[in-house]
Design a protein around this ligand. Structure first.
Ligand SMILES: [Zn+2]
Length: 711
């Protein structure tokens, strides 16, 4: 273990972005070379970003072709034998495709420009007893005659006539691809689809600096031993899987298909240290790097490799309990203590506590609003709100405010909104908007002000439908209107973010792409959400993944925070960091995804045939109107489009016994095999070292120094 990795570090080529064009640049001067001759292309050196365009690619994209996948094999020879057998039996064309993700060879039969064009062959294969028939999509043919063109920021352009280019940074400079920076150099090449792909040539140890923090965020999971275990697993993965995408000119992809590589921007001192302190260490079994699968959150027990990936029946990939995980999840939750805010309702019974809190935090109000609002207090409020909104505070004489109508008119006038009420509310609309004969004696300007506030739903009537326009104005009734007006100008500085984790009296947040850390003010104002209604709470439990809205005071401390109502489509962010989940899919939704892969028609039933050691569904029977198919392992997850298959399936049926929807309730996130990332963190929290963590999840694998092995 004492030996160090020698000089001449091995390189790995990582496939990055791919598209019709890419933007390249660097943090300093850089060069673009012809990789064959080493000569500079177009300009001797570049300072500005350059667009690289795939010239001559077909406008409508590349045609697709569909084939039936009949099986996957561990060797090319076995796959070719099966292809020949089926080709002879059916007369259909057959191909063998290497799948770099899974390290296997797949046999595909038939060829059609539509899915339905394969139906008769599907039937034929089924009657022959073939199981697990999937419909696969491929590019119809390689695109030819495409080369690379360079376009600068002044739209000057240069056709290189080349299909490959090398982008080389100057000293101490980093190449940028589509705004992300990378160590090493970058190759650009035309793909078989006629697009341009960037390939990062980088030393393996440098590559790992951009993998470890992307796979196990050091800010959210700040334990060095867990990060070291992740570094060893990631390094082992590279040595085992290097060269998988050789056909496409690189070794590994940069996405979760392989392992996530986020480049130099993602580097973090803690994960850097984890890579450095494990330099050159990998896991081996019988002298060969292991298949170092790892999974985000296993849900309490990992699964045997063969249950999920039948081709990976490895002795070191055995399902193990993961008790550290739940404790790790719990350690990420925290309770914030805030001010206890008495509920505030206005004269009509409307709860305006949140409006009051927001206005108080922003300094618009300094106390609870009075039951009888007068002109000078209303003027104080509008002056502060106008300043916060970037409007000119009203200087006019304070009018006499006796009624609700007086106050509404003054409020709009003070903030320059009187014209809205004049222009946007037509006289004939007044009775329709107000529906209150009691307002008829008011001046029209007051009726308009009330109607405008009612039309934007910021002033509500009493239970009898009357506004009480001639009664004394209740201060609390104007708070929703003040908040509405302020929010129009972003006066309160409200920001949205996702919770990354908790510190001592501070919050770590992802605000768009940035991770920030903000302290809490003394006694912040906190709001939870119960069925869409904000509720003031003095203690708020926050989980990583929660979406929050907050503001900070002049000292940059959070003084107001509320949990945002869950937004449709954003729930995945949240679920990626929680332990359990539930999802309901209608029959139509399921049929749409299932029939893309296996053609079974209308879904009649889903039967769990076998569960693995962890409880994962490892064999599922899909009973359809046209066919019944049995699906195994990871394909089940793809087929059902779930985040895990450690799940319970509950079927809802209608009166006729037809499936209406299926509810999947499960635990975890990922495939469930190998090292559990959250579990590794939990073990590290409990004091385990990285060797112990690796030994737990990869039973029997040995830690080895690269100079001692010949991978
Ligand atoms: Zn786990």
């Amino acid at each position: 273990m004492a030996k160090r990795v020698g000089h001449g570090e091995p390189l790995v080529r990582i496939g990055l972005d791919d598209g019709g064009s890419l933007e390249i640049g660097a943090s300093g001067p850089y060069r673009i070379l012809d990789p064959e001759t080493g000569r500079a292309v177009w300009q001797t050196s570049y300072e500005e970003p350059i667009q690289v365009v795939a010239d001559g690619a077909p406008a409508g994209g590349v045609a697709r072709v569909y084939r039936i996948q009949v099986g996957a094999f561990g060797s090319a020879a076995a796959a070719e034998r099966e292809r020949d057998r089926l080709r002879a039996a059916t007369g259909a064309p057959g191909v063998v495709r290497h799948d770099p993700d899974r390290g296997n060879w797949r046999v595909r039969l038939g060829e059609s420009s539509t899915r339905s064009g394969l139906n008769s062959l599907l039937e034929r294969l089924r009657t022959m007893g073939q199981q697990e028939l999937w419909i696969a999509e491929e590019a119809a043919a390689e695109v030819e005659g495409v080369d690379l063109r360079l376009v600068d920021s002044r739209w000057q352009s240069h056709s290189t006539g080349l299909t490959r280019l090398a982008v080389v940074p100057g000293p101490r400079s980093r190449i940028r691809i589509n705004g992300k920076s990378y160590r090493g150099i970058v190759e650009l090449r035309v793909t078989s689809f006629g697009t341009v792909r960037a390939i990062n040539w980088v030393e393996i140890e440098s590559y790992l600096l951009g993998v470890v923090p992307a796979e196990l965020g050091p800010e959210v999971w700040p334990r060095i031993e867990a990060l070291k275990a992740q570094a060893v697993a990631a390094r082992t993965y590279v040595w085992r899987n290097k060269g998988q995408f050789l056909d496409e000119g690189y070794d590994l992809c940069a996405t979760p298909r392989c392992q996530v590589y986020a480049g130099a921007d993602a580097e973090h001192p803690l994960s850097d240290r984890a890579v450095r302190e494990t330099a050159g260490q990998i896991l081996v079994w019988e002298g060969r790097p292991i298949i170092a699968l790892y999974t985000a959150t296993c849900g309490g027990h990992t699964e045997d490799g063969k249950g999920i990936f039948p081709e990976h029946d490895e002795p070191y990939l055995k399902g193990v309990p993961c008790r550290a995980e739940e404790a790790a999840m719990a350690s990420l939750r925290a309770t914030i203590a805030g001010r206890s805010i008495p509920k505030l309702v206005d004269a009509t019974g409307k709860d305006v506590t949140r409006d009051w809190a927001l206005l108080a935090a922003a300094g618009v109000l300094s106390a609870r609003p009075p039951e009888r609002l007068n002109g000078s207090l209303l003027r104080e409020w509008t002056r502060v709100l106008a300043r916060l909104s970037g409007l000119t505070p009203a200087e006019s004489r304070v009018p006499e405010v006796v009624t609700l109508g007086d106050a509404a008119e003054m409020l709009l006038a003070d903030l320059g909104w009187a014209q809205r009420a004049e222009l946007l509310i037509d006289t004939p609309d007044l009775p329709a908007l107000l529906r209150d004969s009691g307002v008829e004696d008011l001046p029209e300007s007051q009726q308009r002000a009330l109607a405008y506030l009612a039309s934007v739903e910021r002033l509500q009537p009493f239970a009898d439908g009357k506004f009480g326009a001639t009664q004394a104005p209740d201060g609390a009734r104007f708070l929703p209107a003040l908040v509405h007006m302020g929010e129009t100008y972003k006066a309160f500085g409200l920001r949205s973010a996702m919770v990354a984790g908790m510190g001592a009296n501070s919050l770590r947040l992802f605000e768009r792409k940035n991770e920030i850390r903000l302290p809490f003010a003394d006694e912040p104002l906190l709001f939870a959400r119960t069925s869409g209604v904000p509720v003031a709470v003095s203690r708020l439990e926050i989980w990583p993944g929660d979406r929050v809205r907050f503001r900070t005071n002049l000292a940059g401390k959070i003084d107001f925070l509320e949990i945002e109502p869950p937004v449709k489509g954003a729930s995945d962010d949240r679920s990626s960091t929680v332990y359990s989940w539930s999802v309901r899919k209608t029959r139509r939704q399921l049929e749409a995804t299932i029939n893309q892969r296996i053609s079974v028609g209308k879904i009649k039933d889903l039967e769990v045939v076998h569960r693995g050691v962890s409880g994962r569904i490892i064999e599922l029977r899909v009973i359809g109107s046209k066919a019944t198919e049995t699906v195994r392992g990871f394909s089940i997850r793809t087929l059902l489009d779930l985040r895990e298959i450690l799940a319970v399936i509950e079927i809802q049926r209608d009166g006729k016994g037809e499936i209406e929807a299926v509810v999947f309730t499960g635990k975890g996130w990922g495939h469930g095999v190998g090292l559990c990332q959250v579990g590794a963190y939990g073990m590290a929290v409990r004091g385990a070292g990285y060797r112990e963590i690796l030994a737990h999840y990869y039973r029997g694998a040995e830690l080895s120094q690269l100079s001692d092995t010949a991978p």
